[in-house]
Design a protein around this ligand. Structure first.
Ligand SMILES: C[C@@](CO)(OP(=O)(O)O)[C@H](O)COP(=O)(O)OP(=O)(O)OC[C@H]1O[C@@H](n2ccc(N)nc2=O)[C@H](O)[C@@H]1O
Ligand SMILES: Nc1ncnc2c1ncn2[C@@H]1O[C@H](COP(=O)(O)OP(=O)(O)O)[C@@H](O)[C@H]1O
Length: 327
């Protein structure tokens, strides 16, 4: 048996998040453009007597360690599907902000599925894992694949999108999270129920991503929102996040003043992300935002199309190093 598996799994942002009206099932129809960015959780699964969850890193005290942890739910769901006992220790080293609109819990669920599938040597094709993931949460399927993808339905129906080159971002983390259902409810309250158009992907956003062209992406977001240069976004949840957390206006203003091409709330927030032309600008904008006091931390992060990275623990007798491959 494999002694253990570590999965490094990236955070996501939604470059576009178009939200339809509320559905009777309690969800909203989406057209969202997911993109992974280089902030990571590391999830390690090792054989144990029973299912145990431990968590370390920033705000780890806010993450449950009981059966409600999304990685625990993923482990149990996979074990049930395979007819095995979920006897694993799952350690989650958080690097993705908790309740930050960056899919940290979903990333951990995806990592647990990938890690346990390897640990239990399960012969599961990706579509089957995607199905199990979709039952756990709308963002989990994308976290299993990573890269760039269009998400329809609840966000779980994925089509991979081309990404022409790396994009540079600054991720500004806020103090305290926002509840995703509360942000969707606030969106409904602000917009009312009538006259919400069907969500559709915005072609100029897809074109700019395919070209890896940051200025074109910023212009596409301005065009989508009919906003002045540098103030556009395509996140229908942003007004709701700003309504629940008005201080985010300051974060967005400071990032733009520092020279970001544009800035917007990541998903349901409260993390804000800023698109910048290159790595040097990312370092400058991150430094300025950190010094501004409008966020708890700001970090440069790159989108290079990456997905979960699987690393095997070395087998003591035979392998002195660890081998790595892409999930
Ligand atoms: C908003 C987004 C954008 O990617 O993520 P975050 O920014 O929070 O990470 C997602 O739609 C969140 O996905 P996820 O966090 O997986 O949500 P789920 O567990 O499936 O659902 C949690 C709750 O969010 C609301 N929800 C979620 C997805 C959707 N299409 N419509 C909804 O209304 C529902 O109230 C649901 O009960
Ligand atoms: N593995 C996990 N990591 C983070 N949060 C988790 C996890 N499992 C369950 N949660 C719960 O899910 C909530 C949403 O967390 P998260 O997925 O980080 O945010 P978001 O939905 O904004 O992307 C948290 O407040 C926490 O209580």
């Amino acid at each position: 048996m494999i002694p253990g598996v570590t999965i490094q799994v990236p955070a996501k942002i939604n470059v576009q998040l178009s939200v339809g009206g509320p559905e009777p099932a309690g969800f909203h129809e989406l057209a969202t453009v997911f993109l992974t960015v280089g902030l990571y959780d590391e999830v390690t699964v090792t054989p144990a007597d029973t299912l145990r969850i431990t968590v370390s890193g920033p705000d780890s005290d806010l993450v449950p360690t009981d059966g409600s942890n999304l990685a625990a739910r993923a482990t149990t769901a996979l074990a049930e599907r395979l007819g095995v006992r979920p006897s694993v220790a799952v350690h989650i080293a958080k690097g993705i902000p908790v309740a930050g609109g960056m899919a940290g819990g979903s990333a951990d669920a995806a990592a647990a599925l990938l890690g346990c599938a390897r640990l239990w040597e399960a012969d599961l094709a990706l579509p089957e894992l995607l199905g199990i993931g979709a039952d756990l949460g709308s963002d989990v399927p994308f976290c299993l694949t990573g890269g760039a993808a269009l998400g329809l339905g609840r966000g779980e129906r994925l089509t991979a999108l081309p990404l022409g080159g790396p994009l540079h971002w600054v991720v500004a983390v806020a103090a305290g999270g926002l509840s995703t259902p509360a942000v969707y409810r606030e969106c409904d309250r602000l917009r009312g129920a009538a006259g919400i158009p069907d969500p559709l992907p915005f072609p100029p956003v897809l074109k700019a991503l395919a070209a890896g062209d940051a200025p074109a992406l910023a212009r596409a977001l301005d065009e989508y929102a009919s906003a002045p240069p540098g103030e556009g976004h395509a996140n229908d949840l942003q007004p709701a996040a700003l309504s629940l957390r008005p201080k985010l206006h300051d974060t967005l203003r400071v990032g733009r003043t520092l020279g970001a091409l544009t800035g917007f709330v990541s998903g349901s927030g409260p993390t804000c992300v800023f698109l910048v032309p290159d790595a040097r600008s990312a370092a400058l904008v991150a430094e300025g935002l950190s010094a501004s006091g409008t966020c708890t931390s700001a970090t440069a992060a790159t989108s290079s199309g990456e997905g979960p990275l699987v690393r095997y623990a070395p087998k003591p007798a035979t392998a002195p190093g660890s081998e790595a491959d892409r999930a």
